[in-house]
Write a protein of this length. Structure first.
Length: 298
């Protein structure tokens, strides 16, 4: 059993004083990797979000406008849009490995959601917060190297209230840009990672649950699937495994058997929060039943 997750009264702080938004995301991954030998320490990093660039979840649909600048986070969850806040800030909290086994993503989510319910005047399942002072912020949860990862975005005072900590105390530690992992920066800027030019297939299946959604886009050359993509704003881990399972559907026979295999692999290899496993299964199998019909395999 993993012990209870809880934030500390003090953090190991590393400032992200950078001039490009991709350095923020690359800096987070760099900090997590280079601090892997720091035991039982929670690390906090923050940056003033000085750019119009929005941050979308790993599986979320790209913005409608091709000209709108965006980057993808490694977590899921809602869009981080700087236009919605007066003085937007990005803050990340990286936890240590908790317990003998990796902590479940569900536990990280439940902890953050409970904290939002305690600290916010209004909150939602998608981890959106409005304080009694009408300040707003949003959070996303994931893991990095099997360590809890909590990302915050929004009004500075809102983030401070949720964390119950003055995150703008001066820190002596600052991440040198030269130390940021080059492969992380290249990956966050790559077309394969951003996926902003993916053509939508002619067959679209979608469903929503409260603030969360799943959409599947499929192209067929019966009986084979020639294009397959899954969009969602649910929280998930590990992102690379999710993408691998999605890409593996290209070339599969459009049958209910393929749908069962996809669901079983996803539920066995991907942790996700926001959509119940039974709802996920019903949606995917329903989509594949229709694909089977469209492929003439009934």
């Amino acid at each position: 059993m993993s012990r209870e997750i809880d934030l500390p009264p003090e953090y190991y702080e590393v400032r992200l004083n950078v001039d490009k938004p991709v350095y923020v995301l690359g800096g987070v991954e760099t900090i997590a990797l280079r601090s892997s030998n720091i035991k039982n320490k929670w690390i906090l990093s923050t940056a003033s979000w000085k750019w119009p660039t929005i941050l979308i979840g790993y599986l979320d649909k790209p913005p409608v406008s091709d000209k709108q600048k965006f980057l993808r986070r490694i977590t899921g969850g809602p869009i981080f849009d700087p236009k919605e806040y007066n003085e937007p800030h990005y803050t990340v909290v990286i936890g240590p490995r908790i317990g003998k086994r990796p902590i479940q993503l569900t536990r990280v989510y439940e902890f953050v959601h409970a904290r939002f319910e305690d600290k916010c005047h209004n909150t939602t399942p998608a981890l959106k917060c409005v304080t009694s002072s009408k300040d707003r912020c949003v959070a996303s949860v994931g893991k990095l190297l099997q360590r809890p990862l909590i990302e915050f975005f929004g009004d500075r005072s809102c983030i401070e209230k949720v964390l119950d900590y003055d995150i703008w105390d001066e820190s002596d530690e600052e991440l040198d840009i030269d130390l940021i992992l080059r492969n992380s920066l290249q990956r966050h800027l790559s077309e394969a990672w951003l996926r902003y030019n993916v053509d939508e297939g002619p067959h679209v299946f979608s469903r929503t649950w409260s603030e969360f959604y799943i959409e599947v886009n499929v192209s067929l050359e019966p009986p084979l699937i020639t294009g397959f993509d899954l969009y969602s704003n649910m929280f998930l881990y590990p992102p690379a495994q999710a993408r691998l399972l999605i890409d593996e559907m290209i070339g599969a026979v459009a049958s209910r058997v393929a749908g069962f295999e996809f669901v079983n692999a996803w539920n066995g290899l991907v942790e996700y929060v926001g959509v119940e496993p039974g709802d996920f299964k019903d949606f995917i199998l329903g989509s594949f039943r229709e694909l089977e019909r469209l492929a003439g395999l009934e």
